[in-house]
Design a binder for this molecule. Structure first.
Ligand code: BGC
Length: 777
């Protein structure tokens, strides 16, 4: 029987445990191409459908909705007009795919009573069997759409999204998502529940690992890149899948970092911080959006008319459909928003949730509701229209089955290795500790993550397999020929005891190089995995202290799903590399960096606090009337700032220069000379920050990222890095959703990270095109 992975959560429907996989043979083995899909099902060629050789609904004629040459909207209307109420409601229901779904749901499917399944198996056999019942046995033959959580790879697990964002490279993200799409599609997945574009400012919240960090502009670039990667120019094409922006909206602002918790987000912050990545994804053409679990300003987001209809439909003209998160329609009752299931169904549907994931309030309640409520009846037709539109665009009516596809595991492994190299952030490197200099004969890899395959994958690893993962110990063994690579676990990641400390110390003493591999296990981040403490879990800090007491040069690798508050690790290591959970090629990517075969080029996209008490401590904070006030028992300065990251050379920045100090029309150019003052070639991520000094429709943050450039310089080489800023880029969104650029004083800086203070100011003239003057009062 196929291994099924279905995921999700909620009070009513618990998630099944992850499948247990066999242990590794040799992580470096060269694998044959994977042939996936089909599952023994007889497949018809697309053109057979196109040429009308196959009549999908067996009614003896070909309807307009079946004809791929007809416009999408005409097909939608033709089909909608033929559907019964039960068939319409069925399109709005998504069930979990279980291994016996083809038996359990056969009658429902044959009656045209189901729209979608959630789940995945390595091959498409079950998926095609389910599809066959829907397409060939139901009256109208409306195909199902199959969705799954392909979050950072499907069969090949890449670094977590937070890690990937540290590459500051939309092109890399697009390539990875395209690879993930191809692997997903080969197993029969039409639709991925990704990208997760929630802005997260609180590292206690475990789902920070699933998103692209704390900046809305960079988050938007990566959201759009993900959509392009998953969907390509046309998501009906082979190897492409429909994307789903999630979780709409504000989910990352959970109070106290507790998952699913309520959120209070002022409208200016909602508009300028939390909504922009979703908007960028909608502009990029995302097919679907997932409404979230959280309550936003008193109204749950899966019943929130303001966000789902006024913003998404009326302002942004989003044409796709909205699926609720797992059980979220039913949970409107838990929120105390809906009193009963029929209220929950009515509230969600009329607010703008088109498809209900897992719970069944729509199926059970809508038949009676539409008899008594005109708004519910109207909302039903509109929701069905949206679902059908995406199914038609996906090409499911024309090619409903998944055929075999040949994947190239060597290409995906190479991409995973590149991603692992690119996502790591070097945050300390005293006196050139790294890269390792030749001449050493032994390395001690110490710590519970040094030879751990499972946790390299991170949370949400799809159908990824831990036995594919190459550990740090293994990677170094491959890269360092003739060097003895010893390993001592020292202690468990969490729990356990100190009994392994002595052998770890002994190994460290007898080795030329000491590398500590510490941090979090994969499932300390991701859904429902939030933490009170941001230090190293278990006995790991004590292990670190014991090794640090040897007063040797320590190289520390932090494997983590979130920013950690580890000032002592920073203070007492000679070099620190934040590796996150870097995916199946962890060990190879890290070995490439440690040996200097590749220089680190990652930069943080999330602030590391010094202590959990500072949280939230994001870079684009709002100013206060008393900016110099501070904690009584410590500083509010973060441990590591947004944008920060080192490499194996150093760069100097000249002063930020402006082409004019009064911006009237056209553009302002901002430039600075950046010079490689070290001895090696290297890549720098040069960043542009804006500081708006006043804004009458709502004070703006202290600094906002407005651009970046990746430059590569040889030793001694310098270049002028120039950014062009037009008046239009200086604005912000008002609480009513308009982009407004107000005249006044602004400042900019070109810097290697957030939080520098060498801003230079200029004035934006009120007569510049598109600029409004602040009110005179
Ligand atoms: C998560 C979503 C996920 C869904 C389906 C939910 O519990 O919040 O991110 O897409 O399950 O697995």
């Amino acid at each position: 029987m196929a291994t099924l992975t279905t995921v999700g959560g909620g009070a009513e429907n618990a998630k099944p445990a992850a499948p247990v996989l066999p242990p590794s043979k040799d992580a470096n083995e060269v694998k044959a191409p994977i042939v996936s899909g089909g599952g023994g099902f007889k497949l018809l060629k697309p053109q057979m459908y196109r040429q009308g050789w196959v009549d999908l609904n067996k009614n003896g004629r070909k309807d307009r909705y079946e004809d791929p040459t007809e416009p999408v909207e005409a097909r939608v209307e033709d089909l909608l007009a033929q559907m019964t109420v039960a068939e319409k409601i069925g399109q709005l229901e998504q069930k979990r795919m279980d291994s016996d779904s083809d038996q359990k749901e056969a009658a429902l499917l044959a009656g045209g009573g189901l729209g979608s399944f959630l789940g995945a198996a390595p091959d498409a056999g079950l998926r095609n069997r389910l599809q066959r019942i829907a397409v060939e046995e139901s009256r109208l033959g409306v195909p199902l759409i199959f969705g799954f959580d392909t979050i950072h790879g499907f069969r090949t697990t890449f670094p977590t999204p937070l890690a990937l964002s540290c590459a500051w490279d939309p092109d890399l993200v697009e390539r990875l998502q395209a690879m993930a799409a191809a692997e997903s599609a080969a197993s029969g997945i039409d639709w991925v529940f990704a990208p997760m574009v929630d802005i997260a400012r609180d590292p206690r919240w475990g789902r920070i690992a699933e998103g692209f960090g704390e900046d809305p502009w960079l988050g938007g670039l990566l959201a759009a890149a993900s959509v392009r990667g998953f969907q390509g120019p046309d998501y009906s094409k082979a190897g492409r899948v429909a994307a789903c922006l999630k979780h709409y909206v504000g989910y990352g602002a959970a109070e106290g970092g507790r998952d699913y918790n309520t959120t209070e987000i002022g409208l200016p912050t909602l508009r300028n911080i939390y909504l922009p990545p979703f908007h960028a994804g909608v502009v990029a053409g995302a097919a679907t959006i997932m409404s979230a679990f959280n309550c936003l300003n008193g109204v749950p987001t899966s019943g929130n008319h303001f966000t789902l209809t006024e913003v998404l439909r009326d302002e942004w003209r989003f044409p796709g459909f909205v699926v609720s998160d797992w059980n979220a329609v039913f949970e409107l009752i838990h929120h105390g928003y809906a009193g009963t299931r029929d209220q929950a169904a009515a509230m969600a549907l009329t607010a703008g949730v088109d498809m209900e994931m897992v719970s069944d309030c729509y199926r059970t309640q809508l038949p009676a509701l539409i008899e008594r409520s005109a708004p519910v009846k109207a909302a039903l037709d509109e929701a069905v229209r949206r679902v059908l539109r995406v199914k038609i665009r996906k090409g499911l009516f024309d090619v409903p089955y998944t055929g075999p596809a040949t994947l190239d595991p060597m290409a995906s492994a190479a991409l995973a290795r590149e991603a692992a190299q690119r996502c790591c952030v070097l945050v300390k490197n005293d006196r050139g500790t790294l890269p390792l200099q030749p001449g050493f004969r032994s390395v001690a890899v110490i710590g519970p993550l040094g030879d751990d395959q499972v946790d390299m994958l991170g949370c949400w690893s799809g159908l990824g397999r831990w036995d594919d993962a190459i550990t740090l110990r293994k990677g170094l063994g491959v890269a360092l020929k003739g060097v003895k690579v010893g390993f001592a676990k020292g202690c468990e990641i969490k729990g356990g005891d100190r009994t392994g400390f002595d052998s770890a110390v002994a190994l460290a003493r007898s080795s030329d190089v000491i590398i500590l591999a510490v941090g979090e296990e994969a499932l300390m981040s991701g859904e429902a995995n939030y933490r009170l403490d941001l230090g190293l879990p278990g006995y790991q800090q004590e292990l670190f202290d014991r090794i640090a007491a040897l007063h040797r040069q320590l190289i520390t690798i932090l494997f983590t799903g979130r920013p950690l508050a580890v000032p002592a690790v920073l203070a007492h290591s000679a070099a620190v590399l934040v590796a996150w959970h870097p995916g199946v090629q962890a060990g190879m990517g890290l070995a490439d960096l440690l040996t200097g075969a590749v220089a680190p080029s990652g930069r943080l996209t999330t602030t590391f606090p010094t202590t959990v008490g500072q949280v939230p401590n994001y870079y684009n904070y709002s100013r206060t009337g008393r900016p110099f006030d501070n904690y009584k028992d410590g500083s509010r300065d973060p441990l590591l700032r947004f944008g920060f990251g080192l490499t194996y050379t150093e760069f100097s920045y000249g002063p930020t220069r402006l082409s004019t100090t009064t911006l009237r029309a056209s553009r302002l150019t901002v430039s600075a000379t950046v010079r490689n003052i070290g001895a090696r070639a290297g890549t720098e991520v040069v960043q542009l920050y804006l500081r708006p000094f006043s804004c009458s429709f709502g004070a703006r943050p202290m600094q906002e990222l407005k651009g970046y450039q990746r430059i590569h310089l040889k030793p001694g080489e310098q270049t002028d890095v120039t950014f062009a800023l037009s008046p239009g880029q200086l604005g912000a969104v008002t609480s009513r959703g308009q982009w407004v650029t107000e005249a006044g004083t602004y400042a900019v800086t070109i810097a290697p990270q957030a939080g520098t203070e060498d801003f230079v100011s200029f004035t934006l003239d009120p007569n510049a095109p598109g600029v409004t003057a602040p009110p005179l009062y």
